[in-house]
Design a protein around this ligand. Structure first.
Ligand SMILES: NC(=O)c1ccc[n+]([C@@H]2O[C@H](COP(=O)([O-])OP(=O)(O)OC[C@H]3O[C@@H](n4cnc5c(N)ncnc54)[C@H](O)[C@@H]3O)[C@@H](O)[C@H]2O)c1
Length: 269
């Protein structure tokens, strides 16, 4: 494997501090893809609201972003609670004055379940955070962006699970399909205000969410054969996905909206 192949793309996108003066909200910022996204946005100079129910994790990530030379603050919120989402946006606006970028990365898998065996409790938990919180944040932040004028960017997290049948837990897969619908509808609603709304659909990505898979060898095995086999036979790092999210926040992607970009190494084509 060459150096270019073995390194993740997260360190190769942007780099000219093109987001100085912009304020980003990253949900699920304490871990995995959200955490890698905070790092990528911090390198570009964006101020960041790191939102997570894991307050210690959010504080740690915000501190790290601060050391990278930007202003970042942690916000401890359970996004499954609708009133908390509305208050969160008000609080972030009172601290930072504006929001230019929203990355909806917070999510849960709901554990192993099929369409024949799941509880209402799991349904409510999965849809509360994966779908309702993302919708409410699009509404609250979208209205702010429209009122303020000057545009903005919103990036939602879908999943390759929404595009395949096997090894797609039913509730998780349907919640991530809902994200694609939200992305397209919001792109139409917000397009006239120069607000781009896109989604990324990661395949197997090495984060705490998938840590149960095991060591590096186990990840490689799972993407090398069977229903999760991808064309490159390697899992994504969180930074690989963050690199695409960052691209969707940079001026270079200004003509992309309403799209779902597959960061699954060719699992979904
Ligand atoms: N890891 C993968 O293979 C993969 C693949 C496709 C899509 N995704 C999606 O990417 C996103 C990020 O996943 P990840 O792999 O980084 O997972 P992760 O578990 O590492 O991070 C998710 C974060 O969301 C936070 N969160 C969960 N529920 C919350 C709530 N109610 N309120 C506030 N914060 C909450 C968690 O505390 C955690 O910090 C998710 O939406 C996930 O569905 C992940």
């Amino acid at each position: 494997m060459t150096t270019a192949e073995s390194s993740s793309a997260g360190d190769q996108v942007g780099g000219d501090r093109g987001l100085v003066g912009q304020v980003a909200v990253v949900t699920g910022g304490a871990s995995g893809i959200g955490r890698a996204t905070v790092r990528a946005l911090a390198r570009e100079g964006a101020k960041i609201a790191v939102v997570d129910r894991d307050g210690d994790g959010a504080a740690e990530v915000a501190e790290e972003a601060g050391r990278a030379g930007t202003e970042a603050l942690p916000f401890t919120v359970d996004l499954a609670e609708p009133p908390a989402v509305v208050t969160l946006v008000e609080t972030i606006l009172s601290q930072f004055g504006r929001i230019d970028l929203l990355v909806n990365s917070a999510g849960i898998s709901g554990g192993r379940h099929s369409s024949l065996e799941f509880t209402e409790e799991t349904f409510n938990a999965v849809f509360a955070v994966n779908v309702r919180a993302a919708c409410l944040l699009v509404r609250e932040v979208g209205n702010h962006m429209v009122k303020r004028g000057g545009g903005g960017r919103i990036v939602n997290l879908s999943s390759s699970a929404a595009f395949r049948a096997q090894q797609s837990p039913a509730l998780y897969a349907s919640s991530k399909a809902a994200i694609c619908g939200l992305t397209r509808a919001a792109a139409a609603d917000l397009g006239p205000y120069e607000i781009n709304v896109n989604a990324v659909a990661p395949g197997m990505t090495k984060t705490p969410m998938t840590a149960g898979i095991g060591d590096d060898e186990a990840y490689t095995a799972i993407v090398s054969s069977g229903p999760l086999e991808n064309l490159l036979h390697r899992p994504s790092e969180a930074a690989d996905v963050a690199a695409v999210i960052l691209f969707l926040c940079l001026p270079a992607s200004r003509q992309l909206t309403g799209q779902v970009l597959h960061t699954s190494a060719g699992l979904v084509i």
